[in-house]
Each structure stands twice: as C-alpha cells, then as structure tokens.
Design a protein around this ligand. Sequence first.
Ligand SMILES: Nc1ncnc2c1ncn2[C@@H]1O[C@H](COP(=O)(O)OP(=O)(O)O)[C@@H](O)[C@H]1O
Ligand SMILES: [Mg+2]
Length: 234
Amino acid sequence: MDIVIFEEVSKTYRMGDVDVAALRDVSFAIPQGAFTSLVGPSGSGKTTALNLIGCLDQPSQGVVTVAGRPISGMGRREGAIFRGQTLGFVFQDFNLLPVLTVFENVEYPLLMIRNVPKSQRKPAVDRVLAAVAMEDQAGKYPSQLSGGQKQRVAIARALVGNPALVLADEPTANLDGNTAHKVVELMKSMRDEFGTTFVFSTHDPRIMDQAEVTIHLEDGRLVPGSDSVKGGPS
Ligand SMILES: Nc1ncnc2c1ncn2[C@@H]1O[C@H](COP(=O)(O)OP(=O)(O)O)[C@@H](O)[C@H]1O
Ligand SMILES: [Mg+2]
C-alpha cells in the first residue's frame, strides 16, 4: 500500500502581485514503510511537499492522499485530529520546550491530542526514550543536552503516539556529520522496530544515500526517474 500519493500536484503561493510556483505538476507515491528522502536544492519545494503531506497546507491543483485519505476538503478540526492520530513531526531546530524535562517533552503530544491516561503515558514515554537511548536522561532539560541528544528526544516525541508516518524537515541540518549519520541510523532502526514510514527532506548527500526511496525536486518539478525504489521492505 502507498501511504502517500501525489497526483499532478501543484502549489502556488501568492506574494503581493506575483505568483510563486512552489510545486509544479508533481506525481509520486511512497510505499508504506519506505525510508524516503525528499531531496533538492534550497527553494526546490521540499518543505512545501512536507507541509502538504502533513495536512498543514492544501494543494492549488491535484490530489494529495495520505494514509488512504485525500487531504483536500478536510476541515481544520478534522485535519488536526488526523494529524494527531496519524502523523509525527521532527523539526530542523528540534522545537523542544525548554521548561519541560526530556520526559515531559516526549509526553506532551499524548497530553495535547490524545486522551491517554497517566497509567498508559509513562510506559509509552519510557519505551520510546529507551528506543532512542535517552532513558537515563529523562529528568534533564533541553539546555543540558547536546544537539544530537535533542534530536533524539524530538524523534522520541514524534514516535510516542505510534504514528504511521513521521515527517522530518531537514532533521540533520543542525547536526555535525557524525551525529547526523547516527540520527538517520536511528530513524531507520525505528522504522524496522515500529514499521513507521519516515519521510525526510535533506540536501546533505551523506544522508540522501541512506534512503530507499528518493524523491528529487528541482524548481518545484520532479526530476524524472528520481522516485526510484532501492530495496527496503516489501
Ligand atoms: N508561504 C510562502 N509564501 C510565498 N512563497 C513561498 C512560501 N513558502 C515557500 N515559498 C516559495 O516556494 C518555493 C519553494 O519553497 P520551499 O518549499 O520552502 O523549498 P525548500 O524547502 O526546498 O527550500 C520557494 O521559491 C519559496 O520562496
Ligand atoms: Mg525547506
């Protein structure tokens, strides 16, 4: 099954009197469980594509289907519920809340979106913190962590609700090469353990090589032949 389908998708932003075409007639599919990278130079449309997959924006033309549901026509509230149940997000700058501990940061999505009782929250948080090898840092605050540790916490937070799909916009951009490599390895092992589909944008060639499916954008267009499947789960 394909968890993400783009059919002739275009996205145009209006900037004053000018139309900016961020995506132009883009079609691709991402199989469930595929470790997928969205690559291309700055301004090529990567963030726009992730925002559409994340139901944070609507296409100007074409159809985006996520986990079997067309995102067009989803109301604001419906979109929020769908996001909460199906998606996890990992951001470039980690987006951890500084006043919360590691444990509380990871617990946060369970408090905000789902009605998960406390007796279920703790094992869920412990499980994902252990998965990213941060269980012994649970009481620390983000300011006490390295960049790589913060990104591991952000990945744990994205995974805690057991989403089918995790979206990561340049998750390694603020990490050194070695740490970036480890974060990508971690996401891949999370995929193997939980069956989560990861879609991440990057323009780091060392990270791109790790992907099983590569979607290559340039100037808002899909580069032909780029959505190739390189092994991975079937
Ligand atoms: N909210 C917006 N308003 C106007 N133009 C935008 C907006 N978001 C993105 N763009 C434009 O769309 C194009 C693609 O941007 P983006 O998706 O952010 O690319 P990338 O993530 O690959 O750097 C760029 O030309 C950018 O300036
Ligand atoms: Mg971007």
